[in-house]
Design a protein around this ligand. Structure first.
Ligand SMILES: Nc1ncnc2c1ncn2[C@@H]1O[C@H](COP(=O)(O)OP(=O)(O)OP(=O)(O)O)[C@@H](O)[C@H]1O
Length: 588
């Protein structure tokens, strides 16, 4: 077993060392009192026949009450300290995991499902809370009770102690073996639960589709079967633990029985008093149950390590070797918006056998508006992803004002780029916050927001809401129409005042009234900016200075609409010919 695995988990509680020291101190107080109890009981029993005054009993009861009160207070404090530290550890690890997830390359999200990742943030982290703090506290206490108990046993009756001292290592070894087994099983449980979350996440994020196709029962069946897989794995682990619990309990009582039997013989021989046997039995019960708790903890600990292996893999995994994506921003480089693709060949890491772009070259001058067209899968969105530095070209280079990502740094390039997606995405929160999200710096004023909203033709409808800019949009902005959402995303893009703009056929999902407004907003947005439009429709292409036609990752035609329109055999004519308005076509 790799030692560092254990240390790594323990390091999580290092920042809370002070709290834990307090916790351990009060814990020692409770353990000391617990260990003294049997001695007091033993003494009490053995001196019962001696004549004691009522005052003595009252004094004895008073002292016991005081000790009990101290014990209870210490127990409460210990519980609070450990439990609250647990909550703090969980909050910290969630933040670490969230940060690590945000740092991953976009390619990471091609591989992993969002439902699975959010499950890791919630369920997997939760497992840590119990084990790392309460579990650790209980086991530390149990260890102290166990060691202290053994000392008390030896002091009370060395002969009787031998029986227990044989049993103790057996139980600890048994616990260790169980722990090893449970670790692997637990990893499988967390994986199957993450898979089930993935199914649920897909069902709910596509809820409209599920209803539209009347697929509620299919969705339920899929979830049920994935939950059943998770349940079966968890049940098998529980069965294993139940068998261990049963065996352990039998061993405990068996040892107690033998102790009683030998103890009784000792009393008959006059080698032991009744009080001593009583205290011995109490101590042995303490030792047995605390040894059990220690070995229980071991299996819990191994389960936690198994369940959280994936979290640590993510936290420790640095974004793959993409220097451009981790490059320190070079704040002094100002981009003018010239873009150049030079012999770019690129395959997605998940599909290395397919070339999304193949020896692709294209230069766009600052302020130029270029429409990318091509059939589905031709590579249009891939070009946008490469401009944003989401992936790195396998061959060739993407240059900005003649400089590579390696020189400028992806973060810095992105501060000059805005994107308006086909499906507008809004965060839950206010309209104001959603627009302010586009700002490069945090210094954004209300006037800035209003200004860009006016340019995006969003101001009037925003003002018509009772709460205006403070109107809260639901998750993914459900209360807004498609056109309204789109205009908010345009305002967001405007706020960035980008040099480079990427438009992903932003008007495709709108009716003509909304489209007109969005088009006007886009016209404002495109002014004086290098614009790359992923276009499917003639109305979008019309605005372009140049059209680039793609086919299976290669550039097959480029030119103005008038130039391309002439080649009836060309792909442009095939793709767009039917969309060109008749009167326009004749005029050309
Ligand atoms: N994340 C991804 N992982 C693996 N392959 C991908 C990924 N995204 C796109 N591809 C593949 O890369 C190729 C180019 O896709 P791209 O999305 O750039 O096409 P597109 O022209 O934008 O298509 P559409 O008009 O349908 O959006 C296609 O073969 C596609 O299947």
């Amino acid at each position: 077993m790799n030692k560092s695995v254990h240390l790594k988990r323990l390091e999580l509680i290092k920042p809370f060392a002070k709290r834990l020291i307090i916790g351990v101190t009060v814990m020692i107080v409770t353990v000391a009192i617990q260990l003294l109890y049997p001695k007091v009981v033993s003494h009490f029993i053995d001196t019962l026949d001696v004549t004691r005054t009522t005052a003595w009993y009252a004094g004895f009861a008073g002292i016991m009450l005081l000790v009990l009160t101290v014990h209870s207070l210490a127990t409460a404090l210990r519980y609070y300290v450990f439990e609250s530290t647990g909550l703090m550890v969980v909050a910290r690890i969630r933040q670490k995991l969230h940060k690590a997830l945000l740092k991953q390359n976009i390619g990471f999200y091609d591989k992993h499902n969002i439902g699975e990742l959010t499950n890791r943030l919630s369920a997997d982290v939760e497992v840590l809370q119990d084990t790392l703090t309460m579990g650790l506290a209980i086991s530390l206490r149990s260890l102290c009770v166990c060691v202290g108990g053994v000392v008390m046993l030896l002091l009370t009756s060395p002969i009787l102690s031998i029986v227990l001292l044989i049993f103790l290592p057996v139980s600890l070894l048994l616990g260790k073996w169980v722990g090893r087994n449970v670790r692997e099983r637990s990893k499988n449980i967390q994986q199957s639960q993450a898979d089930a979350s993935k199914v649920a996440h897909e069902n709910f994020s596509n809820i409209k589709l599920v209803h539209a196709f009347n697929r509620q029962s299919t969705a339920q069946t899929n979830y049920k079967s994935s939950i059943n897989v998770a349940l079966d794995i968890a049940k098998s682990c529980t069965k294993f633990l139940a068998t261990f619990q049963g065996t352990f309990s039998f061993l405990t009582y068996f040892v107690l029985l033998i102790t009683l039997w030998i103890g009784a013989t000792q009393i008959l021989q006059g080698a032991l008093t009744v009080g001593e046997l009583t205290s011995f039995v109490i101590y042995s019960a303490m030792v047995a149950s605390s040894a059990g708790a220690v070995s229980d903890f071991w299996s819990d600990w191994m389960r936690t390590i198994g369940a959280t292996d994936r979290i640590f893999e993510i936290i420790e995994s640095s974004p793959s070797a993409q220097p451009s994506l981790t490059h320190k921003p070079t704040k002094d480089i100002h981009l003018e918006g010239n873009i150049s693709f030079q012999g770019v060949t690129f395959s997605y890491p998940e599909r290395p056998e397919t070339k999304a772009l193949s020896n692709f070259s294209m230069s766009i001058n600052s302020g130029e508006k270029v429409a990318l067209i091509g059939s589905s899968g031709a590579g249009k969105s891939t070009i946008a992803s490469l401009i944003l530095g989401f992936y790195r070209a396998d061959e060739g280079s993407v240059l900005f004002d003649g400089q590579s990502f390696d020189r400028i740094g992806a973060d810095h390039v992105r501060s000059f780029v805005s994107i308006v997606e086909q499906e507008p995405s809004l965060f839950s929160g206010t309209i104001y916050d959603n627009i302010a999200y586009g700002a490069v710096s945090d210094e954004v004023t209300y006037d800035d927001i209003v200004h860009v909203s006016k340019l995006a033709f969003a101001h009037d409808f925003i003002e018509s809401f009772p709460s205006g800019y403070q109107t809260v949009v639901g998750e993914r902005g459900v209360q807004l129409s498609g056109g309204q959402k789109q205009r908010i995303t345009i305002a967001r893009a405007l706020l960035r005042d980008p040099k480079i703009l990427i438009l992903d056929e932003a008007t495709s999902a709108l009716d003509s009234a909304s489209e007109l407004k969005v088009q006007q907003a886009l016209d404002n947005l495109m002014k004086n900016r290098t614009t790359i439009m992923i276009a499917h429709r003639y109305s979008t292409i019309e605005k372009a200075d140049r059209i680039v036609v793609l086919d299976r990752g290669t550039l097959v035609q480029q030119g103005t609409h008038a130039e391309l329109r002439r080649y009836k055999e060309g792909l442009y004519y095939q793709l767009m010919g039917h969309q060109i308005p008749k009167q326009r076509a004749e005029a050309i």
